[in-house]
Design a protein around this ligand. Structure first.
Ligand code: HEC
Length: 123
């Protein structure tokens, strides 16, 4: 007789992933609000910063897939640059990102923050 103590980790993880996928699919319109698409301004900003725009596209893909395994993507503009610099090193191992994926993700987050902040600047 096998006794099970507490939730089975693999099962609860699978359930979470399934629920997350359902939320992401159901809320397609708002996914773009949470994780803005890479637009012209982001590409321009990337070029100014010397970042290959392909990397920020790849970074968004990482964000909306690998970073959405446990929770829906957080609104990128919700956190400051400093807060993201604290959060990313904690989250990239959880998402098991390669160094390249982590660098692309950071490029996406930082470029997007620049665009979001510029759009909401008052003067
Ligand atoms: C293995 C599950 C898991 C994965 C994968 C994951 N996260 Fe998280 N994330 C969490 C949990 C749990 C929390 C709640 C706070 C905590 O535990 O630190 C969280 C919280 C957050 C927060 C809220 C801020 C904070 O400090 O609490 C942000 C932003 C975030 N995650 C971003 C990401 C990003 C970006 C990725 C992809 C690199 C990611 N997460 C991948 C589990 C995960």
């Amino acid at each position: 007789m096998v006794s099970i103590k507490g939730p089975i980790p693999e099962c609860s993880r699978l359930l979470t992933a399934t629920l997350t996928a359902a939320v992401v699919v159901a809320g397609c319109a708002s996914l773009q609000e949470l994780a803005p698409l890479v637009g012209e301004e982001a590409v321009r900003l990337a070029e100014i910063k010397g970042i290959d725009p392909q990397r920020i596209q790849g970074g968004r893909a990482v964000y909306v897939t690998q970073c959405a395994r446990c929770h829906t993507p957080e609104r990128v503009g919700r956190y400051s640059v400093a807060k993201w610099h604290q959060t990313l090193p904690r989250m990239t191992p959880r998402a098991k990102l390669t160094p390249q994926e982590a660098a692309d993700l950071e490029a996406y987050i930082m470029t997007t923050l620049g665009v979001v902040r510029a759009a909401s600047a008052v003067d």
